[in-house]
Design a protein around this ligand. Structure first.
Ligand code: FAM
Length: 415
């Protein structure tokens, strides 16, 4: 099967049955206790949500349907031989639970499931004119994340789920229009994100999609970046930001709003308003701002001592060090390590990469000395901005939109 919906249709009745059985057999069983601290801390560490697409281990980091990030880099199909994974393969994995098959060495008939997802998304990628109009009419200072939310809400008029619900669809069939909405939305997000970028920073001149490119590469292309390295970076970026279990703000908010049977456009927007917070997705923008402050103060050749002073000054002024710490993780985020690996392979002499490596040397010790930070290690946001800067995407206010496009793959697959 290369048709994603058919693959889902073959699985969903069995999954619905499995859930019914689980409820029947284990329904009254307790999963754990809840302490006062956990309640005050916003449910941290309480195993209280079903999230099948990924699992976050505090020590090991994220697994997507059982696969670690290094495994994904190895096993997911790529656009170039030996290149970075493409998010379409991950989407197949997240939705069906199975690694997509690849047309290896043309030995088999073509059953490249990831490629079929690329085609499916391409077919549905056209964004209606009224959405561009909404974007054009916004106040010019509107933050790119707010623009993203407005554009997704403008698309909601076409929700299949909302229409089918009004028409009285049977409960057991909800998944079908939810699937249609999710795919339609994911397909359109690169064009929307690129339009936000071009309107905000490049005078509003939009670039057409290239029908030869895959989903993530087209995002880069429509933003105006065609360097082969940048296309590969975007494929990797869009793959690793997709999902991080259900407890984080964007995933939880999407799931929560979806539980009211709000359609995928409404639910995803709720997730995006959460991702726009500086302690969540906006941290990638904050990291760049903070690094630029260091550079403005001390120049590019920052010493270890100067960096230490800067970190302490940040803490003493009552601010957090962006890109470090995590509510669940207790080790270096494997998404950080993966991006550091990409940087080491593709930009080993880039000064900003060296600066981020210096931070790794300096920040954890200091955060440990504060005596209160539970995880002193870097998270995903400490590194992503550096990769974007290297390829010329310098407008850090936009970075969280790229995170948001990727996050759609995870939160809508779980929906
Ligand atoms: N710099 C300074 N202080 C920090 C810190 C950091 N990077 N990380 C944690 N702390 C403080 C925290 O503010 C809290 O202080 P108070 O007791 O005075 O309120 C204390 O250490 C204990 O916090 P924790 O239990 O270690 O962390 P939380 O679970 O409360 O919060 C984060 C987790 C991610 C919100 C927090 O580590 C943080 O603010 N980090 C910086 C922002 C950031 O990088 N966010 C992105 C997270 C990322 F993975 C994502 O969502 N994309």
């Amino acid at each position: 099967i290369t048709d994603l919906k058919a693959a889902m249709a073959a699985k969903i009745p069995k999954e619905q049955e499995r859930l019914r059985e689980l409820r029947k057999e284990c329904g009254p069983k307790a999963l754990g206790a809840c302490t006062v601290e956990q309640a005050i801390g916003g449910m941290r560490g309480i195993p209280a949500m079903l999230w099948e697409t990924s699992l976050l281990d505090p020590e090991e980091g994220i697994r997507f349907r059982g696969h670690t990030i290094p495994e994904l880099e190895e096993k997911l199909p790529s656009a170039k031989e030996g290149g970075e994974p493409i998010p379409e393969g991950l989407l197949w994995l997240l939705m069906t639970g199975e690694m997509p098959t690849v047309d290896q060495a043309k030995a088999m008939p073509t059953v490249d499931q990831a490629k079929a997802v690329t085609e499916l998304l391409r077919e549905r990628s056209k964004v209606p004119d009224h959405v561009f109009k909404v974007l054009r009419d916004l106040h010019p200072n509107t933050h790119p994340m707010t623009q993203l939310c407005q554009a997704v809400l403008a698309l909601q008029v076409d929700s299949k789920f909302a229409a089918d619900y009004r028409a009285g669809i049977h409960k057991s069939k909800y998944w079908e229009p939810v699937f249609e909405d999710s795919i339609n939305l994911i397909a359109k997000l690169p064009t929307i994100a690129a339009a936000i970028y071009r309107n905000t920073y490049k005078g509003g001149e939009l670039i057409e999609a290239d029908p030869k490119l895959d989903w993530a590469a087209n995002l880069s292309h429509m933003m105006g970046y065609d360097d082969e390295g940048c296309l590969e970076m975007m494929r990797l970026y869009q793959t690793i930001h997709a999902d991080h279990e259900g407890g984080n703000v964007s995933a939880h908010a999407t799931h929560l709003v979806g539980s009211a049977l709000s359609d995928p456009y409404l639910s995803f927007t709720a997730g995006m308003t959460g991702l726009a917070g500086p302690l969540h997705g906006l941290a990638n923008q904050e990291v760049l701002r903070w690094l630029n402050e260091v550079r403005a103060e001390v120049g590019d050749n920052v010493t270890k001592e100067q960096m230490k002073e800067f970190v302490w000054a940040t803490l003493k002024s009552g601010k957090v060090v962006p890109g470090f710490g995590h509510a669940v993780l207790r080790k270096t985020d494997p998404r950080y390590t993966c991006q550091a690996g990409f940087a080491a392979r593709n930009m080993p002499d880039y000064p900003l990469y060296k600066l981020v490596a210096l931070l790794y040397d300096v920040v954890p010790d200091i955060l440990i000395q504060t005596g209160k930070v539970k995880n002193p290690w870097p998270n995903v946001d400490a590194h992503s901005g550096v990769l974007l800067q290297y390829y010329g995407i310098t407008e850090e206010n936009f970075y969280t939109v790229l995170f948001g496009v990727s996050r759609a793959l995870g939160v809508l697959s779980q929906g």
